[in-house]
Design a protein around this ligand. Sequence first.
Ligand SMILES: Nc1ncnc2c1ncn2[C@@H]1O[C@H](COP(=O)(O)OP(=O)(O)O)[C@@H](O)[C@H]1O
Ligand SMILES: [Mg+2]
Length: 306
Amino acid sequence: MIELAGLSKRFGAVTAVDEVTLTVDAGETMVLLGTSGCGKTTTLRMINRLVVPSAGTVRVAGRDAAATDPVALRRKIGYMIQGVGLFPHRTVEENILTVPRLIGWGTAESRRRLHQLTEIVNLEPALLPRLPHELSGGQRQRAGLARALAADPPIVLMDEPFGALDPLTRQQVRREFLRVESLVNKTIVLVTHDTAEAVELGSRICLMAKGRIEQVGAPAELLFRPRTPFVEDFFAAGRLQLEWMAVRMAELPGAGRLHGEGLGSLTVAEALARLERTDEAAFNAVLKEFFAHRRKRAGGPAEAAP
Ligand SMILES: Nc1ncnc2c1ncn2[C@@H]1O[C@H](COP(=O)(O)OP(=O)(O)O)[C@@H](O)[C@H]1O
Ligand SMILES: [Mg+2]
């Protein structure tokens, strides 16, 4: 769906993005992960032409983005700016309808969509006439998402979408986002510096450092098969929690007999949370299986580099 090839961006002497080659498949959530300044935002903004590349190409749905009309491109690509980026002097409603207005939707169509969007992102309609500063952080976040989804684009770019929230709200809003039905089939590129967020939300993670890609793969691949010491170190803090978020119960061979139905589709972290208070024996058995799995993955043959 999105193909970046040899993509670079220089700002004067600074090389912000250095020959990034990456394919994002239709329907997947690709997380661009890395510390501040490693080039995540610049990479994201080259996808929707807000930043012009110094070298390399961006293809969106098979077409060269540089040769596509920017308005047509932004109709296909929703964008959630770092720090939410709502226009401070416009009401929530005006903010949400920015793109529909830009692409010339009528009033009736916009009204209908507005109503749908408040349901999709769980935003009270009473908040629509307010200004962004009259909303809580979580409500602003939902308004930002509604704006990104307004024209129902197949692609959504999100830059640190939960960055402005305190840790507890952050986790709640993140869980809510995972359940937003209209995001399920979209192609999402999400920028974050938070490893837990990357493991929880990413179908794949692209870990970047100094404008370059260190490793791309499923969360469990980066955790269990780091290609460089940098990748290994990056996940060192809270590694165990990250690992049980990345492994599914279905991957544990003994898990089927542990606890009947319903656990198979969960991650180990979710299963442990569910069993913690209800079934001590099953809880311990899952932990034991998980540690066996972990040892096996760490010791097995290395997967081929992409
Ligand atoms: N418009 C700009 N002008 C000059 N330097 C920039 C500009 N945008 C980004 N940079 C620099 O490029 C590097 C990557 O920035 P950015 O993509 O914002 O990183 P990240 O989103 O990973 O924090 C940083 O060194 C940053 O200072
Ligand atoms: Mg950034």
